[in-house]
Design a protein around this ligand. Structure first.
Ligand SMILES: [Zn+2]
Length: 271
């Protein structure tokens, strides 16, 4: 059996419900879990590493507050709670640029706790998984995140950024070429880049996804909802690929689509 976790990043209080509904109806209908990496208290002026406004803010429409907690969008919160295929995981706190590439343990802890508080106050179960903005965690962040979450999902892991006590596990994993590993009480999952990306060729995207999913036991497929709506308009060709991916994942008997919580609870072998 091959396992697939679909992870969609950057849902926040300013995300239009219609966007998620358009993208994920084929998943929701078949009860295929969609792991939404939700920004608990989005910074309305968040910038990308190259200084541009973050794409997930396209619908902010003159919002004047510096940050907006997820609970301030009851329409979105109710929609996510009414459709149990959506599984909320924590994506940073405000999604400031490289938000968790910092040193202060107290600042890191405060952001993690603030995010957890807002997600649970909105009525979501306490998330077991953490995704750092721009996939960057400092050594202290790894330690603080592992104290509070069971899973860290990231693009890749760099030795110099990891707590030194994790190095033996990291090196053992590297020697085995294993994409996923365990250390510090957490499961660490890497992903093979954003295969579902508006920057890629739509004609070859599904083939690449199929090859990747079949080449490993557990695959985290990462995408970003806002990339399907450039200037707020649906990119039909890209949405079609996402829906073909849903058809493929649902119809293959040897593939199971799971949530991060399923992964932890099942205790299944990672590689
Ligand atoms: Zn993000």
């Amino acid at each position: 059996m091959q396992y697939v976790l679909l992870r969609d990043d950057d849902t926040n209080a300013l995300t239009p419900v219609e966007c998620l509904e358009r993208l994920y109806r084929p998943f929701v209908e078949r009860n295929l879990p969609v792991n939404l990496a939700v920004i608990p208290d989005v910074a309305t002026n968040a910038l990308t590493p190259d200084g541009k406004a973050e794409g997930f803010l396209f619908a902010k429409n003159g919002t004047s507050s510096a940050t907006v907690p997820i609970g301030e969008n009851p329409k979105l919160v109710n929609y996510l709670r009414e459709n149990p295929a959506y599984k909320v995981v924590q994506h940073g706190c405000h999604h400031d640029c490289f938000e968790f590439d910092r040193k202060s343990p107290s600042e890191i802890a405060a952001r993690l706790e603030h995010g957890l508080k807002l997600l649970t106050a909105a009525g979501f179960p306490r998330p077991v998984t953490f995704v750092a903005p721009h996939d960057k965690l400092s050594r202290t962040s790894y330690r603080e995140v592992a104290k509070r979450f069971e899973v860290i999902s990231s693009g890749w892991f760099e030795l110099e950024r990891l707590p030194i006590s994790w190095w033996p596990q990291y090196l053992a994993r590297k020697a085995r070429h294993a994409p996923h590993w365990r250390a510090g009480g957490a499961v660490l999952l890497s992903h093979p880049g954003c295969l579902l990306s508006a920057q890629r060729d739509y004609g070859s995207m599904l083939g690449e996804i199929i090859r990747t999913v079949n080449s490993r036991k557990v695959t985290v497929l990462v995408t970003h909802w806002w990339e399907y709506f450039p200037n707020g308009q649906p990119n039909e060709a890209f949405i079609r690929v996402l829906h073909q991916t849903a058809d493929y994942l649902a119809s293959e008997k040897g593939i199971k689509v799971i949530s991060f919580s399923d992964l932890v609870e099942s205790g299944l072998q990672l590689n």
